[in-house]
Design a protein around this ligand. Structure first.
Ligand code: UDP
Length: 456
């Protein structure tokens, strides 16, 4: 793109950041933007939709060279049928409807005395490439997923669709030629309807990521080296930067709530690595049968546990909170997950393997007990269980109701140091590698330096 170098050399860098407005996408992008701005004194403008203004406030407070650009959600951004759709599917359709913001962003940039020199957007917002084209500036696609998932999605969107629901999906060109049962393929691809205008835009959006000038991935070399190399090979521009794990950059530093204080001080009373922490992310609500099996297994395991059930959990096993007593905690509402995971008392993490949770568990060095439910979670679980041997598989799928006895034994083993020696060693090694990656001179640190240098 001849305009890129010209634009970059002419002006000081000013990055327009366009996040996808869902927490699991928005927070890692802000963490990355904070690092970029704070360390390299780069000016940022972050486009924010109304519901995310509060989430952005601590980022703005800790990132002096950042400003917010509040934007109304376009009228078309709430598809009427959204409430009937699985969340991942709803997300990608929302991403397409957010392209209604392109005109407002363009007129803001054109009337700005200091227009953006680079645009960074979430990989769900492929249409931002067209905005970057309009502005004749480079775009960087930010992957809030891992490189394995990014490679799977890229391969599937470029191939023949729809997939055959009766056959496993074999991903030959990917490292290790992985194969997944049809049900474990991200639902965004399975839901694609050929010829449907919205779905064609979804596909086009993902394909536009291949035209981006660069790609930033919230991952690190030691975790996904082969898949990062694969991305580099597919994108063919040599600008794939793995800068993760980006969490804990300091831009989420808010005052601890009294509830968080209570949880952390309770953990302080527990022996090292004796607690199982259970959380299925910010959106998943276990149906009653699952919640019952899980609760019964946690109680039967004899292990101490912290179960973060979310704000509006449907059903909990009768009396579990009372019985938990001094030995365990059931947390309603928002749990301070990163701090819990990093507490010395926590030894295992029962997780749905959302990418942020996976990275947070990896960075904390706890063994993962994986129960992927949907979206990219089967891919993340595969990475941790099969490729790194740092996780045990508890169950698979949102419909699974595993045997309580087996589940209880798994939870007991997860915090019994005489078991799972290899898995614990692998988890420890990955945590050390994650810490080393973001330290000065580490692979993610160097990737961010290289990227900033190119931007400057
Ligand atoms: N999270 C948290 N407290 C909660 C639930 C979730 O801090 O009670 C955070 C968690 O630390 C992670 C994010 O929410 O950063 C969940 O993202 P992930 O990609 O794991 O799953 P998703 O919510 O997108 O399914």
């Amino acid at each position: 793109m001849p305009g890129d170098a010209e634009v970059l050399s002419r002006r000081r860098p000013h990055v327009l950041v366009v996040p996808f407005p869902a927490q699991g996408h928005l927070l890692p992008l802000l963490d990355f933007a904070h690092r970029l701005s704070f360390r390299h004194r780069i000016h940022l403008t972050v486009a924010v939709t109304p519901s995310n203004l509060a989430l952005v406030s601590s980022f703005l407070a800790s990132t002096p060279l950042a400003a917010a650009l509040p934007l109304p959600l376009p009228d078309s951004s709430s598809p009427e049928h959204a409430s009937d759709l699985p969340l991942g599917t709803h997300h990608v359709l929302l991403a397409v409807h957010l392209s209604g913001l392109r005109a407002s962003l363009l007129s803001w940039a054109r009337s700005n005395p200091d227009p953006p020199t680079v645009v960074v957007s979430d990989f769900f917002l492929g249409w931002v490439q067209l905005l970057a084209d309009d502005l004749r500036v480079p775009r960087v696609a930010f992957y809030s997923s891992g490189a394995f998932t990014a490679s799977v999605l890229d391969h599937l969107w470029k191939g023949a669709l729809p997939l055959d629901p009766n056959s496993p999906v074999v991903l030959d060109p990917l490292p290790g030629s992985p194969s997944f049962p049809y049900e474990h393929v991200p639902s965004v691809v399975r839901s694609y309807v050929a010829g449907d205008p919205d779905w064609e835009l979804v596909r086009e959006g993902f394909l536009l990521n291949s035209r981006a000038w660069g790609a930033v991935v919230n991952s690190f070399d030691a975790l996904e080296r082969d898949f990062l190399e694969h991305m580099n090979h597919c994108l063919d521009h040599g600008r794939v930067w793995a800068v993760g794990p980006v969490a804990d950059s300091g831009c989420r530093a808010e005052e601890r709530s009294p509830e968080a204080e209570k949880i952390l001080s309770w953990l302080g009373t527990c022996p090292p690595r004796s607690v199982v922490y259970v959380c299925f992310g910010s959106m998943y609500k276990p149906p009653p049968a699952q919640a019952a099996a899980l609760g019964a297994a946690l109680e039967a395991s004899g292990a101490r546990f912290v179960w973060a059930v979310g704000a509006d959990v449907a059903v909990l096993p009768e009396g579990i909170e009372k019985r938990a007593g001094e030995r365990s905690l059931v947390v309603r509402g928002w749990a301070p997950q990163v701090e819990i995971l990093r507490h010395a008392a926590v030894g295992a993490f029962v997780t749905h393997c959302g990418w942020n949770s996976t990275l947070e568990g990896v960075a904390a060095g706890v063994v993962l007990v994986a129960w992927p439910m949907k979206a990219d979670q089967f891919i993340d679980a595969r990475l941790m269980v099969e490729l790194h041997g740092a996780a045990a598989l508890a169950a698979e799928g949102a419909a699974a109701v595993p045997d309580q006895g087996n589940l209880a034994r798994l939870f007991a083993d997860a915090v019994d140091e005489s078991n799972w020696a290899d898995m614990r060693a692998n988890a420890g090694a990955l945590a050390a590698a994650a810490a080393a990656a973001v330290e000065e001179g580490g692979s993610s640190w160097v990737a961010l330096e290289r990227m900033a240098k190119e931007l400057k």
